[in-house]
Design a binder for this molecule. Structure first.
Ligand SMILES: Cc1ncc(COP(=O)(O)O)c(C=O)c1O
Length: 866
């Protein structure tokens, strides 16, 4: 049967429609009441975290209808959207979705009231299918059925243990044999395996296509029980095992009298253009596992074929499974095998070869986008180049988070209505596994879509590539998906590496920081400059659930004493707003985990000191709630407070004011920096007013502090009007202080990040003096070059500098974790003095804010002041 001929297919389809009475545009089984759920409850009970991830990347369509290579969903406007499906049920749908012959067979079986389950009796259907499988595998095999690929792998493992009395299975690096506990031991990817690292069977892994490694493994393996291989590693990235290598495996298995076990769950039954890929590659396995295509996309069935000469009689009883060899699955399996004729195999070969040639041409034309095209027949893989765009923060971030393949899948689905998916263990390889029904016209469409993708990658068109993320409903504040991560670090740009000698001798200090707001995005990804503010925010919200620390360029910092340390900035690509949102909802564990990841990365990068800052300090109770991994952690607050106090004192002197004549207001006085500033400055001022946010507990705490130090307190910002000096040390993200709150000619020292005072206030009120309160001048004016950091060369924030100073001191010091104190502030100040770190306002007659207007690094925070 030429199932690819469109007219014939149509005839089949119409007869199918007649049979079951369904119109072509809607499945009869689609029931609005049961399948359409409101968005609030959707996905709450079934893999909610995975659904969140899919939703973020625009892959969460609920497909209601499928036919051949096409699947359909309704968009938000209720339109039915057709999608070309190249995922094909992970390789299951060799004959496409709902092939009429297979569906009719299913209907025929069910309508005939055949016996589906009669365990413990003879089954002519199971027997016929087993005989046919044995015949097609060109041998004499005993067949054990199962329900899934992994179950058949388990059965093969059990039989091999029984047969050989061995205890070690041999397999290949990159292998994927399923996720049940036994099969998982054979699966290579540590992402899937390590969380379940129980001691079971032993596994010896061999490098693919490395004969020397193979022979060495056989030489030392202890009591081998069998060698599992996939002729083409599917989930490992569609990687073919070489013929000569396979032959050598077969020879060594024979020498050691262990079975050669071909896992053809994915490669078998025609997908690669031959009935079995192992036969095409010149080996005759002792056990053969098949699944996926055998069920015709309808039944859940797998089988392990075991050479009769090896088969152990007791296995018949020792292994069983309630639903295996049911009549229904066997009937579908038989029908599938019947449809799998020479013409089908030839079609797989021809179409696969055509598509592979076109994809290889794309690879040649766009080497910066595609590194490799692999596979046989209709089992093809396109490997994306991970390091294609060294300048693109977004793409490198996604690649390092193992999300590049999924992101590209989101792009192809939302922009081109083509469904692909990355392979499970190699997230940058896209599986292209259409059904044999695929038309050449559709294959042209695939090539055109991939070409568009390549052009955008090559052109660094991040806006075009990410536009689909912004169209959807970006949902900040939902639970972050738990996505297996190798905890790899993203390095933003090749570091300005120090000399090798310096790298070893210098102490390294990490600064764990985050973005102030969405306006910082273009400093990371300049091509997103043109996005408006709302879209910048949407974009950052959409990647926030996958946030992981990003290592920026390292910089060497020198002390006035001549000592040097290396600063390793680590960015958490989330905004203050995002962190505050979760903080206020008490999602402490989630936030702590994120900061802890940064600490773990710092440790992995050889840091001995870690400075927190802004929300990384707040959400960890100033470093108390994270595990330091043996490093010294600082909250960054003591030196920030020291600088703020210093700034106030010198600005008073600069204005010829005497503090005992002045009223000071501290906005954010219940925060760590605000409180300690209040404790230090209370005795110096005529009057001190502590201002709190008025949130839960704030008033109580404020009252307590005020009583202790003899200050006034208020939760009303208007109270600030009574002060001629104001320190802002809030964690607010919405610029709470405006011109109405400030007295005439007030001096404002803004320590907050993001700033508490907004740009328009500063513009409108020329009478105000506004300065950044926690900026320090580095003795040797090093340029930190940190994207998003609104400071000119030679300047650093106090929180950042605190870790540097401790590292320069040179001995482990955990005393700057937790709440700051007057004593800690004084100590920090004297350490800073010793190393020549001066408050910024002492080094320049201008308030720092004004000076920073001229610098190229001005970003959101500073633009407010400009
Ligand atoms: C080669 C191979 N073996 C085993 C399996 C596991 O099959 P299942 O998911 O049906 O358990 C897979 C699934 O992709 C596979 O590709």
């Amino acid at each position: 049967m030429d199932i690819c001929r469109e007219d014939e297919r149509r005839t089949l389809l119409s007869s199918y429609d007649d049979t079951i009475g369904a119109g072509p545009s809607r499945s009869i089984f689609y029931d609005d009441a049961t399948t359409k759920r409101d968005d609030q409850t959707r996905g709450a009970h079934h893999k909610p975290n995975l659904l969140e991830l899919l939703r973020t990347i625009g892959l969460d369509n609920d497909y209601h209808r499928a036919q051949g290579d096409r699947i359909y969903y309704f968009d938000e406007l209720g339109r039915e959207i057709e999608v070309l499906d190249l995922v094909s049920g992970y390789g299951t749908l060799l004959f496409g979705h709902n092939h009429p012959d297979l569906t009719n067979e299913a209907i025929r079986f069910l309508a005939s009231a055949s016996c589906n389950h009669a365990q413990g009796s003879a089954s002519s259907l199971a027997d016929s299918l087993a005989a046919e499988l044995s015949r097609r595998a060109e041998g004499d095999f005993c067949v054990t059925f199962g329900n899934s690929g992994a179950e058949a792998v388990e059965a093969a493992m059990k039989h091999a243990l029984l047969e050989t009395g061995g205890q070690t299975f041999m397999t290949l690096d990159g292998a994927f044999h399923g996720k049940t506990l036994g099969a998982l031991q054979l699966t290579s990817s540590p992402i899937f395996r390590q969380p379940f690292g129980v001691r079971g069977v032993q596994v010896e892994r061999v490098s693919v296509n490395n004969v020397r490694n193979l022979e060495a493994a056989f030489a030392h393996v202890h009591r081998p029980a069998g060698f599992f291989f996939e002729p083409i590693q599917g989930e490992g990235g569609i990687r073919q095992v070489r013929r000569e290598f396979l032959r050598r495996i077969a020879e060594l298995c024979a020498e050691h009298r262990i079975p050669l076990i071909a896992d053809e769950c994915q490669t078998g039954l025609g997908r690669t253009g031959t009935y079995l890929a192992s036969h095409a590659l010149g080996v005759r396995p002792d056990y053969i596992i098949v699944s996926k295509a055998l069920g015709g996309g309808i039944a859940k069935i797998s089988a392990v074929l075991i050479d009769r000469l090896r088969y152990r009689a007791e296995f018949d009883v020792l292994h069983s499974s309630t639903f295996a060899n049911d009549g229904f699955s066997c009937a579908i399996g038989l029908k599938t095998l019947k449809m799998l004729d020479d013409e089908t195999l030839e079609s797989c070969r021809e179409k696969g070869a055509w598509l592979k040639r076109r994809l290889q041409a794309l690879k040649k034309k766009y080497p910066a986008a595609i590194t490799n095209v692999r596979g046989m027949g209709l089992m093809l893989g396109v490997e994306l180049r991970k390091s294609a765009l060294p300048d693109s923060f977004v793409l490198r971030f996604l690649a390092a988070r193992d999300l590049l393949g999924l992101f590209v899948a989101g792009y192809l689905l939302n922009v081109h209505q083509i469904r692909v998916a990355p392979t499970l263990s190699d997230s940058t390889t896209l599986r292209i596994q259409p059904s044999v029904l695929i038309q050449y016209e559709s294959m042209h469409r695939i090539v055109a879509a991939l070409e568009d993708l390549c052009v955008r990658l090559q052109r660094r068109d991040i806006v075009g590539l990410t536009a689909f993320l912004l169209q959807g409903d970006a949902r900040p504040g939902r639970g972050a998906p738990i996505w297996p991560s190798r905890k790899r670090t993203v390095t933003f740009r090749p570091s300005r590496q120090p000399t090798a000698a310096a790298a070893f001798s210098l102490r390294r200090v990490a600064w764990l920081f985050h973005l102030n707001d969405a306006d910082d995005l273009p400093s990371l990804e300049p091509s997103l400059q043109d996005l408006d503010q709302a879209n910048r925010k949407r974009f950052l919200d959409s990647i926030a659930p996958f946030a992981m620390p990003v290592a920026m360029d390292r910089v060497e910092i020198r002390s006035g004493t001549g000592d040097r340390v290396q600063l390793q900035p680590l960015l958490l690509p989330v905004t203050s707003r995002w962190l505050k949102f979760h903080f206020e909802r008490r999602r402490f564990r989630k936030l702590r985990t994120l900061v802890q990841q940064g600490i773990d990365v710092a440790f992995g990068l050889g840091c001995e000191f870690v400075s927190l800052g802004q929300f990384t300090s707040i959400v960890t109770r100033h470093g108390r709630n994270v595990s330091p991994q043996g490093m010294s952690i600082t909250s960054g607050n003591s030196f920030s407070a020291a600088l703020a106090v210093n700034a106030v004192q010198s600005v008073l002197a600069g204005h010829g004011l005497v503090s005992t004549d002045c009223t000071l207001a501290i906005v954010g006085a219940t925060g760590d920096i605000g409180r300690v500033c209040a404790e230090i400055l209370a005795p110096e001022f005529r009057k001190l007013i502590l201002i709190g946010s008025g949130r839960q507990n704030s008033a109580r705490r404020l009252k307590h502090i005020a009583r202790r130090i003899g200050a006034d307190w208020s939760c009303d910002l208007m109270a600030v009007r009574a002060a001629n000096i104001v320190i802002c040390a809030t964690n607010a993200v919405d610029l709470p202080l405006t011109e109405v709150h400030l007295a005439n000619a007030a001096i404002v020292c803004d320590v907050s990040m993001p700033a508490t005072l907004d740009r328009s206030t500063i513009r409108q009120r020329s009478d105000l003096s506004v300065l950044r309160g926690s900026v320090v001048r580095l003795p040797f004016n090093e340029e930190l070059g940190i994207p998003g950091l609104p400071l000119p060369p030679g300047y650093a924030y106090g929180c950042l500098a605190e870790g540097i100073l401790l590292a320069l001191e040179g001995f482990p010091d955990m005393s700057f974790v937790g709440r700051s104190s007057v004593c800690k502030v004084n100590r920090m100040e004297s350490i800073a003095r010793r190393h020549g770190f001066l408050p910024a306002d002492r080094t320049t007659p201008l308030p720092v804010v004004r000076m920073m207007q001229d610098c190229n690094h001005v970003s959101s925070d500073l633009r407010r002041f400009a």
